[in-house]
Design a protein around this ligand. Sequence first.
Ligand code: ZN
Ligand code: ZN
Length: 146
Amino acid sequence: MQQQVLYPASDSHIALKIARHSRCSRCECCYGLHPPPDLHVVLDDSSPGGSVLGDLDQYGSDDDEDTRPYLETCSCGHGIPEHGADENVLGINEFGRVGRVAVRLDELLQDRGKLLDFNYSDVDIQSLKRQMKPFNSSNSSPRASG
Ligand SMILES: [Zn+2]
Ligand SMILES: [Zn+2]
């Protein structure tokens, strides 16, 4: 049986969302935090009121603490801080900036029903992802700001 990990649907766990859309600083070939194949990622859409699924765990009352952890380890073996989401490295302002971009990216993915598809990409996502890069990166961008 596969282990299940959660992926946040709301704009919480910003570091995880940043990591998802950021390259691994340790690996050449990792373009964003993605789960190892033995992990099954489920959406943490813990919305108040009414569960759509017929999951009859009713004895938990309001203390329905989910024991499943959030996704925090990439298939490449590194964690969230290595994937560009270390607040100590970015600084609070930059962390907030890329956090907002990451949330936008997740909203795009959610619109497409691809929030849990870690391989999915399209033109809009590609262009938005460019804003995930720190300003001091050495690529020559035609525009100074976006
Ligand atoms: Zn890595
Ligand atoms: Zn990785």
